[in-house]
Design a binder for this molecule. Structure first.
Ligand code: F0G
Length: 474
């Protein structure tokens, strides 16, 4: 298949060929962002809430029917070809963004597990919760699925240098994929505000790492200026090719659920691109006749970085006022999210909600996910914390199925995890916001290391105490 896509402005609907987009990925007429459209796809914005997809779908001969594709996508997993093993490129039939698929830059991303969280479900009083763990990607976050797509476009278009502003995960993914492709990468990160695990990755993968004395939003301003002045390819999520890769977990999730559509998908909200990528994936699956309805996509923000939550509450998503962001979930410490229009559309077209959660709620939810033997980074845990609110007021019904998107691996931010278990993470007034039973739950979940003399008797005494506590709890 050849690259046969266009870019469509989400503001003024103008369409341009992919290679004519400005270096900052903004429409030169109206300043809005673009989305990728194909001859066979209806765009997300054309599928309004409640509106049935046009039928029959106009399919070009190069897009086989759903049952053939379902079979082909599964079959490719057993192939020895890198593009078939990739959980992004095995869906390449609905991802024709490059001319030559043999040249794509892949680390065999995607194909991530869908786990059950039985204890969290029991605590919430619902039958089950599933977690799609995007932290199980090669660099430990969901960014890999987007990066393989956009970096492959950068390489095909002959760029030597790529750049991004990042709270840490985008930069780790970009640096890794650039290294694989033999390109040079420049990372802009806010000094002192990203987790060490992520910073160490971009150094090891050979990026030029610039730590700026500003926040993420300040880094975005500077990287935008840089790409206007130099032939450097921008790999932030304003780049619509990133979202083409990030839509594929929607396909995988449907496959993993035998093409049953969950009622709810819950995602963390930071720069607000991923929610719309997943919404696009589900909309395309409906458009192509794989599924007959889409799940509600809900977005959860940290209370200290909640511009979308505030915008939805105050004006239904018509305007967004940037905030100065502050949360320990550093991945989503973003006050001026670039893709908020797309996120509002994802909420409105799927019937989802935007929620906010406190620092204490995030910490507790993260420990609960850890206690299931799975774990995630703090930003991912907002999903479980947000789901609790949606269940509490009936927006998620007791018989409905919810899938949490866990966006990053537990090892990304081990300082946070250790501080929680040593009871040094939250201030007393933050913890006071939890209910009594939540505070009890947090106490049960804390497992700080116990320092002992190297002496068998001392160890046995401690074990006896621990075993007595466990039998009391039972
Ligand atoms: N979860 C994690 C672990 C992230 O790293 C991010 C974003 C998000 C959620 C939010 O996704 O921006 O699409 O709403 N991290 C970016 C970065 C900003 O630079 O790594 P979003």
């Amino acid at each position: 298949m050849i690259s046969n896509h266009q870019l469509r402005c989400i503001g003024c609907s103008s369409r341009i060929p992919g290679d004519q987009v400005a270096s900052d990925f903004r429409c030169t007429a109206c300043g809005s962002l673009f989305e990728v459209v194909y001859p066979w796809s209806e765009t997300q914005s054309e599928l309004r809430d409640g509106q049935a997809p046009p039928s029959p779908v106009t399919r070009s001969a190069s897009v086989p029917n759903p049952s053939a594709l379902r079979w082909l996508w599964q079959e490719r997993r057993t192939s020895s070809l890198a593009i078939d093993q990739s959980g992004v490129w095995r869906f390449r039939d609905v991802l024709p963004i490059v001319r030559d698929f043999d040249q794509v830059v892949t680390l065999r991303e995607g194909n991530t597990p869908l786990y059950e969280l039985p204890r969290a479900a029991k605590a919430l009083g619902i039958p089950w919760i599933l977690a799609k763990h995007q932290g199980m990607n090669p660099t430990g976050s969901f960014k890999d699925t987007g990066m393989t797509a956009a970096l492959s476009v950068a390489a095909e278009r002959g760029f030597q240098w790529v750049a991004c502003a990042s709270t840490g995960n985008t930069s780790a993914a970009m640096a890794a994929y650039a290294a694989r492709a033999g390109l040079r990468s420049i990372v802009f990160i806010p000094e002192g505000k990203i987790a060490w695990g992520k910073l160490s990755q971009s150094m090891d993968y050979g990026a030029l790492t610039l730590q700026l004395r500003t926040d993420f939003d300040g880094c975005v301003r500077l990287v935008n200026e840089l790409v206007r002045r130099q032939p450097i390819y921008l790999l932030n999520s304003v780049n619509p090719y990133r979202l083409e890769g990030q839509k594929t977990p929607a396909f995988e999730m449907l496959e993993q659920m035998d093409w049953l559509v969950p009622e709810h998908v819950i995602v963390p909200g930071g720069n607000l691109a991923n929610s719309s990528a997943l919404a696009k994936g589900f909309a395309e699956m409906r458009q192509l006749g794989f599924i007959s309805r889409v799940p509600r996509i809900s977005i959860v923000q940290a209370e200290g970085a909640n511009p979308l939550f505030t915008s939805m509450r105050e004006n239904g998503g018509r305007d967004l006022t940037p905030v100065v962001a502050d949360t320990r979930a550093s991945a989503i410490r973003i006050g001026n999210p670039a893709s908020w229009h797309k996120a509002v559309h994802a909420l409105q077209s799927t019937g989802g909600w935007c929620e906010q959660v406190t620092e204490a709620e995030i910490a507790l939810a993260k420990a609960q996910i850890g206690a299931e033997g799975i774990g995630c980074e703090p930003a991912s845990a907002v999903t479980l914390a947000g789901l609790k609110k949606l269940v509490a007021d009936g927006r998620v019904g007791s018989e409905e199925r919810a899938v949490l998107i866990l966006t990053g691996h537990i090892l990304k931010d081990s300082d946070y995890t250790i501080a929680f278990h040593q009871h040094q993470l939250l201030r007393a007034e933050e913890e006071a916001g939890l209910t009594y039973s939540e505070r009890e739950q947090a106490t049960q979940l804390r497992k700080p290391p116990i320092v002992l003399e190297p002496n068998a008797d001392a160890i046995l005494r401690t074990l006896d105490e621990q075993m007595a506590q466990v039998s009391q709890a039972i």
